[in-house]
Design a protein around this ligand. Structure first.
Ligand code: GAR
Length: 203
């Protein structure tokens, strides 16, 4: 049976996308294939990473389309056109409405840079998550890979990994450690796990 067709949605630097590309090239991601990278931001370096790996890219801009509804309409049409079976949000900074999450139940995965249910939900993204963790004074943080439903960061958890906070950590230093020790490791593993489950259901 053919591999699960994956689209990765990005907004920025794309280090998590890079971890997925490396996993695909290194044989860790074997039951799924990244066939498309979609960005809401034409300046995202993640697009260059995809191009360098020979993966098709597409920019869907909310600004150009005028509103969230038009953005989601175009997104859904693109995903359908390409026969996408699994969507991975890898540093994608747009919250998707129930219209999109209902169209792909347990078929959208997100990576979040904390141990959910801490420091998550609306307003918690990127560096802000690490600022909040340091501000609260927790001694352990980490990353979570979860399914996406209509509640921001509220879907079923697939994988988590803890990361220790050290004396003197800045948000930037902590962000890097959480990426290196957790995100880049568990995201490829979780994507492979779900891609394999989807492939198995087709057989
Ligand atoms: C990552 O830390 C990711 O977990 C986070 O943004 C960063 C994107 O980095 N995502 C969120 O905060 C989503 N709520 P990347 O573009 O280098 O992968």
């Amino acid at each position: 049976m053919s591999k699960t067709k994956i689209a990765v949605l990005v907004s920025g630097g794309g280090t998590n996308l890079q971890a997925l590309i490396d996993a695909q090239q290194g044989g860790i991601l074997k039951n799924g294939e990244i066939v498309l990278v979609i960005s809401n931001n034409s300046g995202a370096y993640a697009l260059t990473r995809a191009e360098n790996a020979g993966i098709a890219t597409c920019v869907i801009s909310k600004k150009e389309l005028g509103c969230a509804e038009a953005f989601e309409e175009k997104l859904l049409a693109t995903l359908k056109e390409q026969g996408i079976e699994l969507i991975v949000l890898a540093g994608f900074m747009v919250i998707l409405s129930q219209r999109v999450t209902d169209a792909y139940p347990e078929r959208i995965i997100n990576v979040h840079p904390s141990l959910i249910p801490s420091f998550c939900g609306e307003g918690f993204y990127g560096l802000r998550v690490h600022e909040a963790a340091l501000g609260y004074g927790v001694k352990v943080t980490g990353a979570t890979v979860h399914f996406v439903n209509e509640i921001p960061d509220g879907g079923r958890i697939i994988m988590q990994k803890a990361v220790e906070i050290r004396e003197g950590d800045t948000p930037e230093v902590l962000q890097r450690r959480v990426m290196e020790e957790a995100e880049w490791k568990i995201l490829p593993l979780a994507v492979e796990q779900v891609a394999a489950e989807i492939k198995e259901k087709k057989e």
